[in-house]
Design a protein around this ligand. Structure first.
Ligand code: NI
Length: 167
């Protein structure tokens, strides 16, 4: 396995739309394993392939306390989304920034797992938030794009300053 570099907002490559995975090959399983290692090392609770500059529909999530319940979702599709819940979110592509985002409170997801099996399940709470956040990445969307224009202007100023300091 290998840790992969994570793209940081506003890198234009984060706007690319990921393509469906035609078959769950050893190459895709290796990608998922590398993404998991990258997520655990960061550390984070979720990562989309888009964030490591691979534009395929693969996400990894682990919201467990002991970091031992890895979930791999390939070609995820939301079958249902209902209710609304606002939660504070962060993103490995926007380090150090957290803000509230409103999303569906409950979802029903269909995806393939790392064995290529089709799975369907209901999720709510943090898992529902993570799935929606990572699926946005696959569509080229970063969570800060939901923020008000004022907040986005402030964030942009902060990122410019950070990059100037970093040289
Ligand atoms: Ni993210």
């Amino acid at each position: 396995m290998a840790r992969l570099p994570i793209l940081e907002y506003p890198d234009p490559r984060l706007k690319k739309v990921a393509a469906p995975v035609a078959a769950v090959t050893p190459e895709i399983r290796k990608l998922a394993a590398d993404m998991a290692e990258t997520m655990y090392a960061a550390p984070g609770v979720g990562l989309a392939a888009t964030q490591v500059n691979v534009h395929k529909q693969v996400i990894v999530i682990d919201i467990s306390e002991h970091r031992d319940e890895l979930r791999v979702f390939i070609n995820p599709v939301l079958l249902e989304a209902e209710g609304e819940a606002e939660n504070e979110e962060g993103c490995l592509s926007v380090p150090g920034y957290y803000d509230k985002v409103a999303r569906a409170a409950r979802i029903r997801l269909r995806a393939q797992n790392e064995r290529g099996e089709t799975i369907e399940f209901d999720a709510e709470g943090l898992l529902a938030v993570c799935v929606q956040h990572e699926m946005d990445h696959l569509r080229g969307k970063v969570f800060v794009e939901y923020l008000s224009p004022l907040k986005r202007t402030r964030l942009a100023a902060r990122l410019r300053k950070k990059h100037q300091l970093a040289g």
